[in-house]
Design a protein around this ligand. Structure first.
Ligand SMILES: [Zn+2]
Length: 179
């Protein structure tokens, strides 16, 4: 499941329309499966009307910036200016990120359509797009490994502090008189 709110969906469609007849492409950044930001990037393909290639240097720059902000890569999006939102054989062949979600905007027809996919080693699986606000349980899932580690670490440190505090508050050892 991918959480993509209506504003974000609109941003993807607007980018797709702006770049037509060329394919538009970009990144979806956020946490776990929750989109927080849509980042349009240049299509560097030599035949951008038929395929997309996210400009590699823009891609790396964006990833570095996202990391600094504590956001991660949720997935990629691109458009099919004259087609349906279904992965093409090229899309499937060139999908290099098994954990990413691939969103496709299809501009054929009166209403643009968005779809999401997971593409793993040639296997294509549809991903449900949920608009709206993620529930609390979903927020919990978004805790990254680093965050979980930080929470456990702070709990351990707090315990250690309490232990040291209680030791320091103990009365001094009784002096045993020696005859
Ligand atoms: Zn495509």
């Amino acid at each position: 499941m991918l959480w993509l709110n209506e504003t974000q969906a609109r941003e993807i469609v607007q980018h797709a329309r702006r770049d037509a007849p060329r394919e538009a492409c970009g990144l979806i950044a956020g946490k776990a499966n929750i989109a927080q930001r849509i980042i349009p990037l240049p299509n560097a393909a030599s035949d951008p009307e038929k395929r997309y290639l996210i400009d590699p240097s823009a891609y790396i720059k964006t990833l570095t910036a996202l990391e600094k902000e504590g956001l991660s890569l949720v997935g990629f999006y691109h458009s099919h200016p004259k087609g349906d939102p279904i992965p093409s054989p090229t899309d499937i062949r060139e999908a290099a990120y098994p954990d990413a979600v691939y969103v496709i905007a299809g501009l054929r027809g009166e209403k643009p359509a968005l779809s999401a996919w997971r593409i793993r080693y040639g296997q294509v699986e549809s991903v449900e797009i949920c608009t709206g606000i993620p529930t609390e349980t979903d927020e919990d899932i978004t805790l990254s490994r680093a965050q979980k580690f930080a929470i456990i670490l702070s709990a351990v440190l707090a315990l250690l502090f309490l232990l040291l505090l209680s030791l320091s508050l103990l009365p001094p050892a009784p002096v045993i008189p020696v005859r």
